[in-house]
Ligand binder design. Structure first.
Ligand code: PEP
Ligand code: CO
Length: 450
């Protein structure tokens, strides 16, 4: 199946796209991007589809995590390592305490485009109201609130490619080069995390894993699985220029794949059935996701599945629900029930972040840790009552000690947010909060595991 042209996707009226003032420069950048090597291979995407098929069957759990929006400035060795480290810690907690295989998926190496509720942003600067184009992610424009930074710049398409390549290269080196070796389980628990209650609980669990590893060594078992992990990349495929230029026909299967990330998803604001994003996604063979918020009906979900996965292949399609802690128990059952009754093969994943965002009295976009846990608990309860499998979670998190979400064991309050608030878009769980969430999810998994 050949993919529609970029022009035809724009003709449909792709939503959430920037307006580039310099068409010539845009065409040049897209043409250059089309010549760049793939960041991922089609075969790797197929491997992930197989893993997500196991999630669909209820045999594995997906942990998808990373920044709401990556930035070019944060492509550093420390930042990537810290993020990976907390994802490895979370995965090991869920695997060991939850007794279920965990599929590890980074929300990274491509998460550079953001949908916005408004095309413009107004701020008061020196007593005067100033309106500029909204920040749409580093692949489009700069976060700085100046006219120069906010003009969409086509050069950023190549910068995003290079930043993604550097990130993925480092991730690949970490996960295959010894850092992800299970015998390193203690070393991931460093500095401030180690002294937190979650860090101490982790230390105990790591001690048990150590004992199990010593036992295995003593009996002569030394499986390859201990030394490396499978890790894949994902992002919201939002910006048509970037995603289209990074779509290639795989020589092996002659099928088109998006080779800028293993898994790509359609956001809540761009999932219209007759929209350009659904039209594009229909044609690629990657495993894909669709966000479903509180306004999504069961019929919407069925129609999306029919469009995006007409062959009903398990692992191809993941529904990522994001209702909010106060709506999930009411809204999710109708969706899951009808989709399941129709025999639609889909992995159900909970995004407990995007339905729980609010602005603090101190002016920060934030989320309550308890709401995050509350939505995941609601998600598990709904699936348990329907006899379906709660397939995973998608979290916005960082490997650093930021102060962007309220609550958790450290009891961060509204006033504490100012201390280290670094996110350019949505608030992320910090490292301790992420680990705490992993233990809570492990408990939930234990309660539903056969
Ligand atoms: C996101 O995942 O950052 C996002 C924008 O989510 P949603 O599309 O669900 O609002
Ligand atoms: Co977000």
């Amino acid at each position: 199946m050949s993919i529609p042209t970029l022009e035809s996707l724009h003709a449909i009226g792709a939503l959430q796209q920037p307006t580039y003032p310099d068409r010539g420069a845009l065409d040049d950048a897209v043409a250059r991007l089309r010549t760049m090597p793939p960041l991922v291979f089609a075969g790797e995407c197929d491997d992930l589809t197989d893993k997500l098929a196991a999630v669909t069957r209820g045999e594995a759990f997906l942990l998808q995590g990373g920044d709401c929006a990556e930035t070019f400035a944060e492509v550093t060795a420390d930042n990537v390592r810290n993020k990976l480290r907390v994802l490895l810690q979370m995965a090991v907690v869920m695997t060991y305490a939850g007794s279920v295989p965990v599929v590890k998926l980074g929300r990274l190496a491509g998460q550079y485009a953001k949908p916005r509720s408004s095309d413009e942003e107004t701020r008061v600067v020196d007593g005067q109201e100033v309106t500029l184009p909204a920040y749409r992610g580093d692949v489009v424009n700069g976060f700085e609130f100046t006219p120069e930074a906010r003009i969409p710049d086509p050069k950023r398409l190549l910068d995003a490619y290079n930043a993604s390549a550097a990130t993925l290269n480092l991730v690949r080196a970490f996960v295959t080069g010894g850092y992800a070796d299970l015998r390193q389980v203690h070393t991931w628990n460093t500095d401030f995390v180690k002294t937190s209650p979650a860090g101490q609980r982790y230390e105990q669990l790591a001690g048990e894993i150590d004992k199990a590893l010593s036992f295995m060594k003593a009996i002569g078992a030394d499986p390859e699985e201990l030394r490396r992990v499978d890790f894949h990349s994902s992002h919201e495929a939002l910006l048509m220029e970037y995603e289209h230029a990074m779509t290639r026909v795989d020589s092996r299967t002659e099928q088109p794949y998006n080779v800028s990330g293993h898994f790509v998803w359609i956001g809540e604001r761009t999932r219209q059935l007759d929209g350009a994003h659904v039209e594009y996604f229909r044609h690629i063979r990657n495993p894909i996701g669709v966000k479903l918020g509180p306004t999504a009906t069961a019929d919407d979900a069925l129609a999306l599945a029919a469009q995006l996965n007409p062959e009903n292949t398990p692992g191809r399609l993941t529904f990522i629900t994001r209702f909010g802690a106060d709506k999930v128990r009411e809204g999710l059952p109708g969706l899951v029930e009808k989709v399941t009754a129709e025999g639609v093969q889909v992995a159900w994943v909970c995004d407990p972040m995007h339905g729980n965002t609010f602005t603090s009295s101190t002016g920060y976009k934030t989320r309550r840790f308890d709401d995050v846990v509350g939505e995941v608990q609601g998600f598990f309860d709904v699936h348990r009552s329907l006899g379906t499998w709660p397939g995973g979670i998608l979290v916005e998190m960082t490997g650093d000690d930021v102060t962007e979400c309220i609550g958790g064991g450290e009891e961060l309050d509204e006033h504490g947010l100012a201390h280290r608030y670094e996110s350019v878009v949505d608030p992320r769980l910090n490292r301790v909060q992420s680990l705490e969430l992993a233990f809570q999810v492990a408990d939930m998994l234990r309660a539903v595991s056969p």
